[in-house]
Write a protein that binds this ligand. Structure first.
Ligand SMILES: Cc1cc2nc3c(=O)[nH]c(=O)nc-3n(C[C@H](O)[C@H](O)[C@H](O)COP(=O)(O)OP(=O)(O)OC[C@H]3O[C@@H](n4cnc5c(N)ncnc54)[C@H](O)[C@@H]3O)c2cc1C
Length: 304
């Protein structure tokens, strides 16, 4: 728990990127979670996944952007990605964080940017998933999502089971036919908004998963947790749901064995493929999720 809080703190200290990433062992670890810095390497990773029967969602890394011009670069990068996805006919949609498209600058700017991205995706027959960031951004994120959902079919959102509010948010979002990715949540949240105990986060995940799977809408169940996956499979069997009415989602580089196994069992699996130069905060959140990843670095330091 202390490790998690410390690593999530470091994930917000962008100045430390060079110091921390200069440590031995880091570049190998970074490569495990990030599919390179360029679109071309990310598309190659997607093709590789597609060969194993796994679809993807491509994420150009970047968040907490504070300059309007930089948000336009992000839009341009996504437009390029959508064109190349269509040209190469690879099976991937895109994921985006709203602070990448100007949420911290102005809600109107962010709405305009996100609308242009969803519009571009619609023209290519593709889909945009809006990632969920920390709880201070959730109201604005949901407002922008709702506005766009009223205009477009090809946009989806994320719900985090660690938040108390998620039960109600799921009901409100299902009422407008939203496609939801359910995950546990990756940020450092206080007990006034989020369950402090993992057992409660997990119990809420199972409850929300069950609600989503009988909603008649296509959702993503995003987890690497064996217990959550077992609960999902058991519920699918119990309710006699078809395996293609939802998909499991996992992160690039995490539980690759499990990704392949689920496909072999007939489930749909989508992998989140992040790429780009701004990988530091994303990468640090991945370290925070699993202390064993840190021991890998420490071992290299000691050896080094
Ligand atoms: C496709 C996808 C999209 C996501 N989008 C968002 C989002 O928009 N907003 C958000 O807040 N969070 C997002 N997350 C992150 C999520 O909230 C969790 O932080 C993360 O998935 C870890 O939770 P878990 O369900 O895997 O379970 P945990 O209980 O954290 O982990 C269960 C097991 O999975 C394995 N594992 C989990 N994480 C790692 C790791 N980093 N490295 C190695 N092994 C690991 C370990 O074996 C661990 O014991 C996303 C996750 C996925 C899979």
């Amino acid at each position: 728990m202390i490790f998690r809080t410390a690593l999530l703190y470091l994930s917000r200290q962008h100045r430390l990127k060079d110091v921390i990433t200069g440590l031995p062992g880091f570049s190998q670890l970074v490569q495990r979670f990030i599919a390179g810095e360029q679109l071309e390497t990310a598309l190659a990773a997607v093709k590789e996944l597609n060969r194993s029967g796994i679809t993807a969602t491509l994420d150009h890394l970047g968040e907490s952007i504070t300059s309007e011009a930089a948000t336009y670069h992000e839009i341009a990068e996504y437009q390029k990605a959508l064109q190349q996805i269509a040209a190469a006919q690879v099976q991937t949609n895109v994921s985006v964080k709203l602070t990448q498209l100007g949420l911290d600058i102005s809600e109107q700017l962010c709405l305009r940017n996100t609308r242009s991205l969803v519009e571009a995706a619609a023209q290519h027959g593709n889909f945009v998933r809006i990632d969920m960031e920390d709880s201070s951004r959730i109201e604005m994120t949901l407002r922008i999502f709702r506005t766009l959902r009223a205009e477009f079919e090809n946009v989806g959102i994320v719900i985090q089971s660690y938040l108390y509010r998620s039960v109600q948010d799921v009901e409100d979002l299902l009422a407008i036919g939203s496609r939801i990715r359910l995950c546990k949540g990756a940020y450092d949240e206080g007990e006034e908004v989020a369950f402090p105990a993992k057992s409660d986060v997990d119990a809420n995940f199972v409850k929300l998963m069950q609600r989503l799977l009988v909603s008649g809408v296509y959702h993503g169940i995003a987890t690497h947790d064996d217990a959550m996956i077992a609960a999902t499979k058991a519920f699918v069997q119990q309710e006699k749901l078809a395996q293609d009415t939802f998909e499991f989602q996992m992160l690039f580089g995490v539980r690759r064995d499990l990704q392949v196994k689920l496909v072999e069992e007939g489930y749909r699996v989508r992998v989140y493929v992040p790429y780009g130069e701004a990988w530091y905060p994303y990468f640090m959140r991945r370290l925070a999720e699993r202390p064993a990843n840190i021991w890998f670095v420490v071992k290299n330091l000691v050896k080094g």
